[in-house]
Design a binder for this molecule. Structure first.
Ligand code: FNR
Length: 181
């Protein structure tokens, strides 16, 4: 199975990216995870949506070809970052490549609540816009106090989180397989 991760932070030391990398590495025998780069995406512009530039087209093609999508969101001012909203805007128009794909959400923040508000908003956006009618229910991954859970090399070292992710990933694989028999 091919899964793409859409990570709503483009900074190089992003905890959310590290979380996605943990999933990519730890479960590499179970599915192939590609972390997509949102940096080259221009601001969404309706004038350009029918003839998007190369970066947008490549991004949409990768999402279209994937069996599932993993959303990894930081929380900015109590909601999802603009970088992520921008990516969703591109995905939501013209060929709507997200529609019908199984997907799941996780997030890391330095606050104790670990992106609860951002994830609620993201879930609402994805469901309300019909972008992902197949969102994994439950299995909510809120990695709070992220700065205490990764080591200096960016490795996830918080054992309860690692164990919880093992369970969530099992559940996600079962969920994904329901749509790809
Ligand atoms: C934050 N941060 C933050 N944290 C949180 O728990 N709730 C919030 O509403 C916000 N708001 C917020 C706004 C902006 C503009 C920034 C830059 C940061 C802190 C945030 O959790 C922290 O910077 C994370 O490290 C961001 O995720 P990445 O970049 O490490 O993946």
């Amino acid at each position: 199975m091919k899964v793409v991760a859409i990570v709503g932070s483009i900074r190089k030391d992003s905890y959310n990216r590290k979380l996605a990398e943990h999933v990519k590495n730890r479960y590499q025998d179970r599915f192939d995870l590609e972390i997509l780069d949102l940096k080259p995406l221009p601001f969404y512009n309706q004038d350009l949506e029918n003839e998007p530039n190369e970066a947008v087209q490549a991004f949409k093609d990768k999402v279209k070809a994937a069996d599932a999508v993993l959303w990894v969101t930081p929380e900015y001012n109590g909601t999802i970052p603009g970088v992520l909203a921008n990516a969703i805007d591109w995905l939501s128009r013209v060929d709507r490549v997200m529609v019908g794909k199984p997907s799941w959400i996780m997030g890391a923040s330095m606050g104790q609540l670990g992106t609860v508000k951002a994830q609620l908003h993201l879930r609402d956006i994805l469901l309300a816009m019909g972008l992902s009618s197949h969102l994994l229910p439950g299995n909510e991954v809120y990695v709070g106090a992220a700065h205490e859970k990764f080591d200096a090399e960016g490795k996830l070292i918080h054992e309860p989180t690692i164990q919880f992710l093992d369970t969530v990933v099992d559940n996600f694989i079962k969920w994904m397989n329901r749509y790809h028999q």
